[in-house]
Design a protein around this ligand. Structure first.
Ligand code: SF4
Ligand code: SF4
Length: 732
């Protein structure tokens, strides 16, 4: 029999249970007691039958809990392979992910929740250590016991401090979950289940009964002076009536043990299991590809695969790590609170995607169950593990792939991958995608660009720019940089101005560059993110063939989608290039003194809108801000949501090519936020953002002469040209 992870879980549970039972037997046989006056008697005042029950029931519950937990692990084993190996190269990153999550409780991502979690988590660990220490000391013969004298005093103080912190943390958590609406964040208000009440009740009961049992124990022992170090238990003990303290001690002790037993039952059966699964999940974050890259797929163009179905439509189509994700979810809803689709009234809720996947996984332990389901007139057979029974296509197509959910998730759950895998199934296997996407697909397939314009017009934007050299595909690249213009820069009127500005700035800086013109195809970003992997691979292979045959090494592009695809996804197909975004390139040119911005001013209040594919997908946040900040007189302000928390423009994930008919428009919402900063200019660093923000600002009734929206290259060129014109004027 092959040993599987769930066998190991059961084995661990049985081992701990046997150890606990053996401890009880040893303690019963030896009956070691300490002679020291400054200690406590373990199980003092507890009758032998209760002691025996303790050492019998706890091991049984440990085995029971381990079996329940193993069943969850068995579910993960239904997933496809996923390389999450620890290697000498990635072990540092893995440990850093683990530490950032567990030690810091992701404090920096949301301080309030992080502090509350830390209070509970760390005090719980200390209390676990305190109890274990007591049990270990209990097993030792008198000469070897160490919990007496000053050690015992310190031990008592540490135990009470941890208990107090634990109770405070639990009260905070309960008030945050069940208190008045004003105390409960939106993400908690919309998702509170009975299990939250059970977990809160059991955990608080452990803390409160612990203090109750301690207070009556101290009172029953006659308030010994050394117990003053139990700085909570002792004062409480002085308040209780001395006549019945022995009986009350037994009552509180039993209540404490029962609360702990309840904890052992709810640990594997509720979301409390995240105490184990979340740290594991953090450690296992994907390290085999950059975060902007989608999961690789087999070669569909050459048909080099034995797979019969692509993407994910049933639980078994996900990888084991994607299934572990669902058990690691803490239901915190941070992903929901940052999702632009959810915020604008679309049916998508990333937390629900994770939870529904987990529910389907748990309900369909045996995928053989295939209940017939009625669908309109015809009765169709749908497998019970069928994802689209619970997750609608509207939810999946509402995603802008902004990655805000993945970025904010405190336990590193990979939500976007799941959405995109299900899109892959819909598009590749069912041809089930929004009809407007079909037009973009046809454009990419027939004209190599989603605008469906003629490839021969690709370099028209540069026709009157003498410094722009257009290469033909196949010629060796005889320039230092290939300027990858992208479809928007080549065909969209607004973005053609960006391409021209960029070319002029590079020329001023003496950069040796050339463009591909008609030999450049769409990179395939939109095709891939809408699930059309076949089309993506077709476009990508053609581009890689061209680039490799020309010996291209260094690429500059102003499109973060092209940047991400060329840098992070083309290596999956054999294309390896040094790709730089125009914001980084301009920043370097300014820093090296090649692009002279001395005296170039832009006396405007400017707000920069973060592009998701530059920021969250590639961690480029500072370069565009530094480029703008190099201009004199500029007043650079920030929107409330910026950097890692920046709000999407609404066009990513191929949403650029789809209608937005549900709720409010994402770009309208984001534009309002940017306008509220009082900025007279909005700066972008992505062609899609440029289009979407300009549309949003105009839809808000704000004219171009009131608030101008433009790419950073346009703002920079304007300042440089104004400086030069004023210098020329003063000379003449
Ligand atoms: S990627 Fe963005 S739009 Fe998609 S689910 Fe996550 S937060 Fe929502
Ligand atoms: S997926 Fe992550 S962010 Fe979303 S609810 Fe679960 S733990 Fe929280």
């Amino acid at each position: 029999m092959r040993i599987k992870p769930h066998h190991i879980v059961v084995a661990l549970g049985v081992a701990i249970a046997l150890f606990t039972a053996a401890s009880g037997i040893v303690a019963g046989i030896t009956g070691f007691h300490s002679d020291s006056p400054i200690t406590r008697e373990v199980f003092g005042n507890i009758p032998a039958p209760l002691k025996a029950a303790f050492y019998t029931v706890i091991p049984i519950l440990l085995v029971y809990g381990a079996v329940l937990f193993a069943n969850r692990v068995k579910n993960w084993e239904r997933g496809r392979p996923d390389n999450r190996r620890t290697t000498p190269k990635n072990v540092h990153h893995r440990m850093a992910d683990f530490r950032a999550g567990v030690y810091m409780q992701t404090l920096l991502r949301e301080p309030g929740a992080g502090v509350m979690h830390s209070l509970i988590y760390f005090s719980f660990l200390v209390l676990l250590g305190v109890t274990t220490t007591l049990e270990v000391d209990h097993q030792l013969p008198d000469g070897a016991k160490f919990l007496h004298g000053d050690v015992y005093r310190a031990y008592s103080a540490v135990g009470d401090a941890a208990g107090a912190v634990f109770v405070i943390g639990m009260l905070w958590a309960i008030l945050r979950r069940f208190g008045p609406p004003a105390w409960r964040p939106y993400r908690i208000r919309i998702k509170t289940r009975p299990e939250h009440a059970v977990i809160g009740g059991v955990m608080l009961a452990i803390g409160v009964t612990g203090f109750g049992a301690e207070a009556f124990r101290i009172a029953a022992d006659g308030l010994p002076d050394h117990e003053r170090w139990s700085f909570i238990g002792y004062p409480l003990a002085t308040l209780v009536d001395g006549s019945a303290v022995h009986g009350w001690h037994q009552v509180w002790w039993v209540a404490h043990v029962v609360a702990f037993m309840a904890f052992l039952v709810i640990l594997p059966t509720t979301m409390l299991r995240h105490m184990f699964t979340s740290p594991l999940n953090m450690y296992l974050r994907h390290r085999d590809r950059p975060k902007g890259a989608m999961r690789p797929m087999p070669d569909l163009v050459e048909g080099d695969t034995e797979l019969e179905t692509f993407g994910a439509s049933v639980i078994e189509d996900f990888s084991w790590k994607q299934l572990l994700d669902t058990d690691a979810c803490t239901m915190c809803g941070r992903c929901t609170s940052v999702c632009p689709a959810h915020a604008t009234g679309k049916p998508l809720d990333p937390r629900e995607i994770v939870l529904k996947t987990g529910e389907i996984m748990a309900l369909t332990g045996s995928p053989a169950t295939s209940p017939p389901l009625s669908s309109g007139e015809a009765e169709v057979k749908v497998p019970a593990n069928w994802m689209f029974e619970r997750i609608s296509t509207e939810e999946l197509w509402a995603c802008t792939s902004c990655r805000a959910c993945d970025e904010v998730c405190p336990v590193n759950i990979e939500i976007l991958d799941k959405i995109l895998d299900m899109r892959r199934y819909l598009t590749l296997m069912e041809s089930d995608f929004p009809s407007e996407l079909g037009q973009a697909f046809r454009g990419m397939e027939n004209s190599s660009n989603p605008w469906s314009l003629s490839q021969t017009e690709r370099a028209d934007w540069a026709r009157d720019l003498d410094g722009v050299r257009v290469l033909s595909g196949g010629d060796p690249l005889d320039a230092e940089y290939l300027y990858w213009v992208g479809c928007a820069g080549s065909f969209d009127d607004k973005n053609k101005k960006v391409a021209r500005a960029m070319a002029q700035l590079m020329e001023r800086a003496g950069v040796d560059f050339a463009i591909l013109g008609p030999a450049e195809n769409c990179t395939g970003d939109s095709a891939r993110r809408s699930g059309n992997e076949y089309l993506f691979q077709m476009l990508a292979s053609a581009n890689i063939e061209t680039l490799n045959s020309m010996g291209v090494r260094k690429i500059v592009t102003q499109c973060p989608h092209c940047f991400n695809t060329l840098a992070n996804e083309y290596p999956q197909l054999g294309g390896h290039y040094e790709v730089i975004h125009h914001s980084q390139f301009l920043e370097a040119l300014v820093a090296e003194g090649r692009l002279d911005l001395e005296g170039a001013t832009l006396a405007e209040r400017v707000v920069y809108h973060d592009s998701c594919y530059l920021g969250r997908h590639n961690d480029v946040y500072l370069a565009p801000r530094r480029v703008l900040g190099s201009l004199g007189g500029i007043d650079l302000v920030e929107a409330p949501r910026n950097g890692t928390k920046g709000m999407c423009c609404g066009a990513g994930g191929a949403r650029m090519w789809m209608e937005e008919t549900i709720g409010t428009k994402v770009n309208d919402e984001r534009s309002r936020e940017l306008l509220d900063t009082g900025a007279s200019r909005i700066a972008t660093a992505c062609p899609f953002c440029y289009i979407m923000m300009d549309d949003g600002v105009r839809a808000a009734g704000v004219e171009d002469d009131e608030v101008q929206v433009a790419d950073i290259a346009l703002h920079v060129l304007e300042a440089v040209e104004a400086r030069d014109a004023s210098a020329a004027n003063s000379r003449s």
